[in-house]
Design a protein around this ligand. Structure first.
Ligand code: ATP
Length: 353
C-alpha cells in the first residue's frame, strides 16, 4: 500500500477549480517532484497535504490514515518553503530545535538531536549564529534541518532552491537528495524547473491546469512523454507536422521527404496530418548519408552554447533544431549550407494528445 496516498483531490477557489481529480500514490522513501508551469496548482496540492489549505474534496492518507480533518501540527509533516522563513531572533540551534520544543522534547535529547541535524546538513559549528549571519544556501539547509528534526513521516519542499543562485542550487539539490536517501524519508518536492525535477526525483508528476498529465520516472517523462504538453514542457523539443503517405507501412512525409516511423500510425489515414516530436540531441549531421531516417535541410542559424552547437535547419516548411556536441576539431555548419540530419526511427515520437 502507498505510504502517502492522494485520492481524487480537488480544490475550488470561488469559481475556479485549481486542482482537479488529482491522484498520486507515493511509496515509503520515494522522492516525488510536482513539476509544472506557474499557476498549475502544484503549491496548492502541497499545501493541502501539509494542511495549510483545506481540500474541497478527496482524501489524503498517510500510512493508511486519512489526515484531511487534521490540523498541520497533527500531521507529522516537515515543510521547507521557498523563502527561508527562519525565525530571525533565534539562533541556528534554536531554529533547528523549534519543532522539538513544540513536541515537548527538551534537555540532552533535544541538544543531541539538534547537533545530529547540524552535522547532517554540514554546518556542525554554526549553531550559535543568527540567520542574518548565514548565506542563502546555509539558511535553506537550516530550514531543512528544522523540518527534519522532529522526525516527520513526510517531507514537503516548496521550491526550496528557487531563491538561490545557479551554482548553489545545483550543489544543494544534490545534498537534499543525499540526505533524503540517507534518512529514507518520503518526500514531495515542488518545482517549475524541469532540470531540477529530472535530476533529483524517483518519479515526476507533470501538472497542467490542475491535473496530473503524466506520472513517471525522469527517464520515462523525458523519453516517452505521453502528451503534447509534457513533450514541450520537459526538455527542448521539435514539434514537426508530417503527412501520412502509407499508414500500413508507417510512411509519412516531412516537406517532400518520406520517412518510415518505428511507432505504428494506428488509425491514421492517407493525407492525415500528424505531430511528431524530435529532441535536438537525437540527431547528428552526417556527410552525404541518405535513407529512411535522415532529413536534408538548409541551415538557418547556428548558435554556440558551450557544450553544444544548436543549429536550426529548414525542411520544407518545418524548422528543426539539432545539437552538435562541441569538440575542438568540429567545424560548425554555415548558414545556407545543405546538411543531412541522421537519427534513428525510434527517436521520432508520435504525439497523440
Ligand atoms: P507557482 O509556481 O506560481 O507557485 P503553482 O503551480 O504552485 O504556481 P498554485 O500556487 O497552486 O500554482 O496556484 C494554482 C491556482 O490557484 C492559481 O491560478 C492561483 O491564482 C490560484 N490560487 C492559489 N491560492 C489561491 C487563493 N488563496 N485564493 C484564490 N485563488 C488561489
Amino acid at each position: 500500500m502507498a505510504f502517502l496516498d492522494i485520492k481524487n483531490l480537488e480544490k475550488v477557489f470561488g469559481q475556479n477549480r485549481v486542482v482537479k481529480d488529482f491522484n498520486l500514490a507515493i511509496e515509503k522513501g520515494e522522492f516525488i517532484s510536482l513539476l509544472g508551469p506557474s499557476g498549475c496548482g502544484k503549491t496548492t496540492v502541497l499545501r493541502m497535504v501539509a494542511g495549510f489549505e483545506t481540500s474541497s474534496s478527496g482524501a489524503i492518507l498517510i500510512d493508511g490514515k486519512d489526515v484531511v480533518s487534521k490540523r498541520p501540527n497533527q500531521r507529522n509533516i516537515g515543510m521547507v518553503f521557498q523563502a527561508y522563513a527562519l525565525f530571525p531572533n533565534l539562533t541556528v540551534a534554536q531554529n533547528v530545535g523549534f519543532g522539538l520544543k513544540v513536541k515537548g522534547i527538551a534537555g540532552s535529547e533535544a541538544d543531541n538531536r539538534v547537533a545530529e541535524m547540524l552535522k547532517l546538513i554540514g554546518l556542525p559549528d554554526l549553531g550559535n549564529r543568527y540567520p542574518f549571519q548565514l548565506s542563502g544556501g546555509q539558511q535553506q539547509r537550516v530550514a531543512l534541518a528544522r523540518a527534519l528534526a522532529p522526525k516527520p513521516q513526510v517531507l514537503l519542499l516548496d521550491e526550496p532552491l528557487s531563491a538561490l543562485d545557479a551554482k548553489i542550487r545545483v550543489s544543494l539539490r544534490e545534498e537534499i537528495r543525499m540526505i533524503q536517501q540517507q534518512l529514507g524519508i518520503t518526500t514531495v518536492f515542488v518545482t517549475h524547473d524541469q532540470e531540477e525535477a529530472l535530476s533529483i526525483s524517483d518519479r515526476i508528476v507533470v501538472m497542467n491546469g490542475g491535473r496530473a498529465d503524466q506520472i513517471g520516472t525522469p527517464f520515462d517523462i523525458y523519453n516517452r512523454p505521453s502528451t503534447r504538453f509534457v513533450a514541450s514542457f520537459v526538455g527542448t523539443l521539435n514539434l514537426i507536422e508530417a503527412k501520412v503517405i502509407d499508414p500500413a507501412a508507417n510512411r509519412i512525409s516531412i516537406g517532400d521527404q518520406a520517412i518510415t516511423l518505428k511507432e505504428p500510425l494506428g488509425a491514421a489515414k492517407v493525407g492525415d496530418t500528424i505531430s511528431l516530436a524530435l529532441r535536438p540531441e537525437a540527431g547528428s549531421i552526417v556527410e552525404g548519408a541518405n535513407g529512411d531516417t535522415a532529413l536534408v535541410g538548409q541551415v538557418m542559424t547556428s548558435n554556440f552554447l558551450g557544450s553544444v552547437i544548436r543549429t536550426r535547419m529548414k525542411v520544407g516548411t518545418a524548422v528543426i533544431s539539432f545539437d552538435m556536441f562541441n569538440s575542438p576539431g568540429l567545424t560548425p555548419p554555415s548558414v545556407g549550407e545543405t546538411v543531412t540530419l541522421r537519427f534513428t526511427a525510434s527517436d521520432l515520437l508520435i504525439i497523440r494528445e
